[in-house]
Ligand binder design. Sequence first.
Ligand SMILES: Cc1cc2nc3c(=O)[nH]c(=O)nc-3n(C[C@H](O)[C@H](O)[C@H](O)COP(=O)(O)OP(=O)(O)OC[C@H]3O[C@@H](n4cnc5c(N)ncnc54)[C@H](O)[C@@H]3O)c2cc1C
Length: 474
Amino acid sequence: MKSALVVGAGFAGLSAALHLARAGISVRVVEAADRPGGRAQAWSSGEYRFDLGPTLVVMTDVLEEALGARHLAELELMRLEPGYEVRWRDGERFAMHSDIALLLAELERFEPGVSARALDYFARVHGAYRDARREVLERDHTLLSFAGLLAHPGRMRPWIAGSLRRFTERSFHRSRLVDAWTFQSLYLGTSPLRAPAMYALLPVVEAIEGIWFAPGGMASIVDAFANAAESLGVAFSYERRVERLERNAAGRWWAYAGAERFEADAVVVAADREPALALLGTPPPRARSPRYGHSALCLYLGVRRRVDLPYHTVFLPDDPWRAYRALDAGMLPDDPLLYVYNPVARDASAAPSDGSALLVLAPVPNLTALRERDLAAFRRRIFERLEGAVGELREFIEVERARGPAEWASELGLMHGAAFGPDHTLDQMGPFRPPMHEKRFPGLVFAGSGTRPGSGVPMVVISGRLAAEHLLRR
Ligand SMILES: Cc1cc2nc3c(=O)[nH]c(=O)nc-3n(C[C@H](O)[C@H](O)[C@H](O)COP(=O)(O)OP(=O)(O)OC[C@H]3O[C@@H](n4cnc5c(N)ncnc54)[C@H](O)[C@@H]3O)c2cc1C
C-alpha cells in the first residue's frame, strides 16, 4: 500500500491519517465540512465562541500517542482541580477532585467512614480499566480471540459485567454518592440503568488520571491534530462529500465527490459507519443494525452576563434513576440531568468581558426512540432548572443555537441522530460492536464511534490507530 484516502476529518479520521502518514503512506483526507473536527467542531457568533460537541479532555496518554509528545506539549494542557462539580437542587455540591487527598476528604464529607471502601473501589476499577485498555479497547478482536481472552479469567476481572448501580452501591452507601459516580455512562449515550459495571471506570479514570483544560477548548486539540497531519504531508480536501465508494478492477479504491474522483490503494471510512455503508452501494448482507444510544440536546448560549459556574458542572435531578427510566422509555424527563460547560471560568477569550458562552447539554432519546416531540417545553424545563441555580439567563441571551437529535442527523449525518453512536451495552462491546472491516471490502476499514472500540474522543483516536494498523498489516 502506497496511498490511502480517509473519509471524514473527525478525530477518528485525523488519527488514522496521522498513523498512516507516519508509516510513509501518502494520505488524502476527504471531508464534507469546510474544516476538520466533525462533532468536535467549534462555532463562533459575534464575540462568543463555542465547542459544539466534546468538552471533557481525558486520557491524555491516547492524545499523546497520536500526536507525539512535542505537539501535545504545545497544547499546554492543564489538569483541572476539581475536574467538575456535581450539584443538586437543594444546593448541595460534590467536587470531583483529582487530587486523591482532596477527593477522599470530599467523600468523607458526604459519607463519613467511606475512605477505605472508596480506595478499594478506585484500585479495583482502575485495575480493570488497565485490563480493558490492554485486552479489549486497544485490540480489534475476532469472536475467537475474544473467547480466548475470556478463557483466561485472570486477564479480565469478571465482575465488570454486573450492574453499574449495584456495583457502585457496594462501595458508596449514600445515594447521592452513587448518583455522582454513575451518571457518566451517559457520556457514551448509555443509560446508567443498562450500563455494565465496567463503566465505573469513567469517573474513576477522570479522578485518577485527571480532566484537562485545553486553552482554546477542544477545537485547539482538533487544530493540533490537523496541523500535525499536514506537517507529515497529509492533504485535505474540504467541502467534498463522498457520495460513492467503489473498488476498481485493479483493486484500488475510488471515492466520488461531486465531479471529482479520488483514488488510492486503501480507504479508511471515518464517517458514521452505518450511513457510510450506503456509499458502498450494496446492502450489507449480514446487516444487523446495532441499537443506538441516547442523544443530546445541546443549547449554545451567548449571554451578556458572567455566569458564576465552574468550567464543568453537572446538575443532577433529585431522582436521576427516574430520569434515566424516562429516557429509556423514549420520554424527555420532567427533571432533566444537565451538563453545563462554562469556558470563561478558565478562558476569558470565549466571550466578551461581561458575557459567558455556555454549552448546556441534556441527554435525550435518539430519533428512533423519542416519543415526545415537544422540545420547546423541554427547553423551558432546562432553563427553569438552570436559572434556579444561577439566576436569570433568558433575558441576557444574545446568541442561541440548538442541536438535538434531528440536527445531529441532518448536520453531521449521524444515524438516528444518536450523538454518541451505537449503545455501549455488553452485547455491543468488543467483538459484538459493528466490525471495522469485512472480507467483501478488501482494503477498506471503518473507524470512529460507529465501530470499535466505542464513543468518546480517546476511543475514536484509538479506533483511527487500529484502522491504520489493519491497513498497514495487509
Ligand atoms: C454533544 C457531544 C458531547 C460530547 N462530549 C464528549 C466529551 O466531553 N469528551 C469526549 O471524549 N467525547 C465526547 N463526545 C464524543 C466525541 O465527540 C465523539 O465520539 C467523537 O468526536 C467522534 O469522532 P469521529 O471522528 O468518530 O466522528 P465525527 O466527529 O462525527 O467525524 C466524522 C466526520 O466525517 C464527515 N463525513 C461524514 N460523511 C461524510 C462523507 N460522505 N464524505 C465526507 N465526509 C463525511 C463528517 O462531516 C465529520 O466531520 C461528545 C459528543 C457529542 C455529540
